[in-house]
Design a protein around this ligand. Structure first.
Ligand SMILES: *Cc1c(COP(=O)(O)O)cnc(C)c1O
Length: 363
């Protein structure tokens, strides 16, 4: 058997649309025809106020930090159990990052622990909140097509960022999207997106020349990237359906292990839908996880661990005293992601389940 951890899926239309972008439209710099189609897709399907495609989720997060005018001394609350970009985007602006621990039953940030971390300096919370007049930025990198009480993720925060990295459900190799749900940020977001110029307004005929009006960078991708991504988006229903089938098969097959207390499975709260981005096990110890990864690898199956707690990273500790966040550390040490991709067949999935069951039998 040879089952990789991830295999980027192609719908077959990607090259066709790239060809169209290059030879039919002949315009492959940013903010072209396919970029508009991608943005319309998100605005129509999920009701997002305004979206701008970026070259990565990291870029969309950096734009968020710029839009919120994050400055030296501002505090930004976020989980420690997340990807480095969540933090880096705000650190670049001089923010002080305040990490919140994970929940006991879920690796996500514990919303009950956020309130105690809020100070007069808190400028933004990356993921959750409302009541203190603090901005909320959703790092929705993995959250495409997910709903909280019927509301699409990406539509809840003032700003949100999605990723189309090749490890995500919908991918263009690299790629991202900034969602702007707050009217007052739209104008400036377009300027930051286009190198600090009002070029987007110029091309809409709103101003008669364009120039340098604010800080900015080149956050917009070539229309070639958007063309690739659009082919994926057209197939979102099929892709999501397939991933959910794999997820459900894993869940049913591994449930007996959880019932025996051998390991834990992901919990999907009743208020949340499942977008089947990842399937993971929570092992009972670091040692068990290390041995299970080895056992799977010996059988040609590549399973991987997930985030490393940011509050213990070399970079963070070189600047700050780390607080103890034991739950983030627990998920760092025990969470194991299983192979999950469109082309994973039911037979492969069964073999992976069987391989895990055999591992625990031999213990
Ligand atoms: C993947 C991921 C990112 C980074 O996305 P890029 O598009 O590679 O920049 C950021 N945050 C989280 C939570 C992610 O999973």
């Amino acid at each position: 058997m040879n089952v990789p951890f991830n295999k980027p899926y192609l719908t077959g239309k990607e090259a066709h649309y790239i060809y169209e972008a290059v030879y039919t439209y002949g315009h492959i710099s940013g903010n072209g025809a396919f970029t508009k189609r991608v943005q319309n897709f998100f605005e129509e399907k999920y009701g997002f106020r305004k979206t701008l495609m970026t070259t990565s989720c990291t870029d969309a997060l950096e734009m968020s930090a710029m839009l919120l005018n994050i400055q030296a001394g501002d505090e930004v609350i976020m989980p420690s159990f997340t990807f480095v970009s969540t933090a880096n985007a705000f650190v670049r602006q001089g923010a002080h990052i305040v990490f919140a621990d994970s929940r006991t039953d879920h690796p996500g940030m514990d919303e009950q622990k956020i309130e105690a971390l809020i100070t007069p300096k808190t400028k933004a919370i990356v993921e959750l909140a409302r009541k203190y007049n603090i901005y909320v930025v959703e790092d929705a990198a993995q959250a495409i097509d997910s709903y909280y009480k019927g509301r699409p993720l990406g539509g809840i925060g003032h700003l949100a960022a999605f990723s189309f990295h090749e490890t995500k459900n919908i991918q263009s190799g690299e790629g991202g999207l900034l969602v702007i749900n707050e009217e007052k940020f739209i104008h400036r977001a377009e300027i930051i997106w286009e190198k600090g110029t009002n070029r987007a307004a110029f091309f809409r005929g709103e101003v008669n020349k364009y120039g340098w009006v604010d800080v900015g960078s080149s956050f917009l991708p070539s229309d070639i990237l958007a063309a690739f991504l659009y082919a994926q988006l057209e197939n979102i229903e099929d892709i999501q359906h397939k991933r959910l089938q794999i997820w459900n098969q894993y869940y049913a097959g591994l449930l007996p292990l959880e019932e025996k207390g051998i390991c834990k499975l992901p919990k999907i709260p009743e208020y949340a839908s499942n977008n089947a981005h990842m399937f993971y096990l929570i092992c009972n110890s670091l040692d068990k996880r290390t041995r299970l990864i080895k056992h799977l690898k010996e059988n040609g199956i590549y399973a991987v661990f997930h985030y490393l707690s940011l509050h213990k990273s070399d970079y963070y500790l070189s600047k700050h005293y780390g607080r103890q966040l034991p739950l983030s550390d627990l998920f760092e040490e025990t969470l194991l992601r299983l192979p999950m991709y469109y082309e994973l067949t039911p037979i492969d999935t069964d073999s992976i389940i069987e391989c895990i069951i055999q591992f625990y039998k031999k213990l």
